[in-house]
Design a protein around this ligand. Structure first.
Ligand code: FA5
Length: 339
């Protein structure tokens, strides 16, 4: 039997060395090392030997099996490498050719503007707070002191999902979410997000746009604090040369209410963006109405606060001298690449 084993090993080695491609390897493997291979059948023959010879012979067969297994693996490696070498030699592949350049994109102008706004308000101690984009009538209107059928609802042309649910028309409902979450702590947050209005699209108005709401609640917060914060924001965002203008206004959820305008980049020459007025409205604001404070859980006898809501695209129009808001979401790369 020993002779048989030695012959098998020699034959196996010679045949393995004679193989010329990886495709021939499986056949060799099955013949020698497989379940029905020659070595397995030798192991089966062990039982025909006298009992005292069996352990010794078993060991020899297993050793040959391991040897052939190792030889197989190294031959496999060699054949794989030579296959690759051959491929590289015959293929017309020039690995030194540079690949096609992949142009990296960049942040959308709206995202860049939002990040700048976050940075400026962060420096003034405001945290970012996120509120839902699909709102109930209750949060979007009623809790903000706008009862059903109140004429002031006409200020917001609304996309209704059904008779109780709306796509938020402004970020102001976030005030209620923030107050109810932070109560009874003082608050200083900004609430960014998308708003929707069933509105005529013009150079200054889109039907989807971003707003950033601001809310500060504390003891002894006054209108002058609001004006100070907005002035600081305007100068950091647009430079000292831009002017802001405060006008009295009306919002059901603030009392008193103001509107904040920024001088237009046309420098009072008049353009279609500012409708030839030299000013562009960027935010509505005011002192949080006592009803809204109570709806948020804060006692209006004890607490006061200011709130503002500003567009994001409109400040970007001003900053970059863009004369039409519709460029933002047309996805024209010639526009987007400029920023
Ligand atoms: C509001 O939406 C109030 N919620 C703002 C507010 C908040 C007042 C807190 C008081 C206290 P208004 O409808 O004016 O107000 O919108 C605020 C800003 O959003 C506008 O100044 C403008 O910058 C931007 N904006 C409004 N409508 C559009 C639109 N269709 N397209 C682009 N920007 C818009």
């Amino acid at each position: 039997m020993l002779e048989q084993i030695n012959n098998l090993r020699e034959r196996g080695q010679n045949e393995l060395n004679a193989l010329t491609g990886t495709d021939q390897l499986p056949e060799w493997y099955h013949r020698y090392l497989g379940r029905k291979g020659d070595l397995t059948s030798l192991l089966r023959q062990l039982k025909t030997l006298p009992a005292e010879e069996r352990p010794e012979m078993g060991k020899v067969i297993n050793k040959v099996k391991q040897e052939l297994q190792k030889l197989f693996e190294s031959r496999q490696q060699t054949l794989r490498e030579s296959k690759l070498d051959l491929q590289l030699e015959i293929d017309d592949l020039d690995v030194s050719l540079p690949g096609r350049p992949c142009t990296p994109g960049h942040l959308h102008l709206t995202t860049q503007t939002l990040r700048r706004i976050y940075q400026i308000f962060r420096e003034m101690g405001f945290q970012v707070y996120e509120a839902p984009e699909v709102e109930s009538d209750e949060f979007n209107f009623q809790l903000l002191n706008i009862p059903q059928y109140h004429p002031s609802r006409d200020m917001w042309d609304t996309f209704w999902v059904n008779d109780k649910v709306v796509l938020r028309t402004h970020t102001s409902p976030g005030q209620i979410w923030a107050m109810r979450e932070y109560f009874p702590e003082p608050i200083r947050v900004i609430l960014p997000g998308k708003c929707y209005r069933y509105e005529q699209i013009t150079p200054r108005s889109e039907h989807q746009f971003y707003q950033v709401e601001g809310l500060a609640i504390g003891k002894n917060i006054r209108l002058t604090d609001l004006i100070g914060v907005m002035g600081e924001f305007a100068h950091k965002m647009y430079g000292e040369e831009r002017k802001i203008r405060i006008r009295g206004s009306y919002f059901p959820f603030t009392e008193p209410s103001i509107e904040i305008d920024m001088s237009c980049s046309c420098e009072n020459k008049g353009c279609r963006l500012c409708k030839n007025t030299g000013w562009l409205e960027v935010a509505g604001a005011g002192m949080v109405h006592p009803v809204v404070l109570s709806n948020g859980g804060y006692d209006p006898e004890e607490w006061t606060g200011f709130a503002f809501g500003m567009g994001v695209e409109r400040p970007a129009l001003l900053k970059h001298n863009i004369d039409d808001i519709r460029y933002f979401y047309n996805n024209d790369l010639r526009f987007l690449h400029q920023f």
